[in-house]
Design a protein. Structure first.
Length: 137
């Protein structure tokens, strides 16, 4: 039967005799915690930077589109105003011609009826253009 030896040394060192490795492990963990914290802070800072750049780009694009729309609106408004002024001058001319024709007319009313129908057509066109102008406002 084998005898248990209590007084002999084993080839493995006991835990009691090995020095503690506590301070080295502690610095290792502190280094990794600081490193991970710095990485998280850098990622947060970079995401804020990207967000600010994107907002600035969107504002710039929106401003360009608003400027283009305003220019288009102004040109359309000027065009309609010019058309209204032209039709208004035609209406005034027809009114003067109609008044002159009425004053000079004899027994024939055929010419004055044509002028009235032309005047009504011009007034209808003027009304349509005024409605378009109101829609643009």
């Amino acid at each position: 039967m084998p005898i248990l030896e209590t007084g002999t040394q084993s080839s493995y060192p006991s835990r009691e005799t090995s020095p503690r490795k506590g301070p080295k492990a502690r610095w290792f963990w502190i280094f990794w915690i600081v490193f991970i914290g710095a990485g998280a802070a850098a990622a947060y800072s970079y995401s804020n930077h990207l967000k600010e750049e994107m907002i600035a780009q969107l504002q710039q694009d929106t401003q360009k589109e608003m400027t283009a729309l305003k220019a288009q609106y102004d040109s359309r408004f000027a065009e309609l105003s010019q058309q209204i002024n032209e039709i208004d001058s035609k209406v005034q001319t027809f009114n003067e011609l109609l008044t002159f024709t009425k004053d000079q007319a004899s027994g024939k009313t055929d010419n004055s009826n044509k002028l009235y129908s032309q005047l009504n057509e011009v007034k209808q066109q003027l009304g349509k253009l005024e409605k378009k102008l109101e829609l643009l406002k």
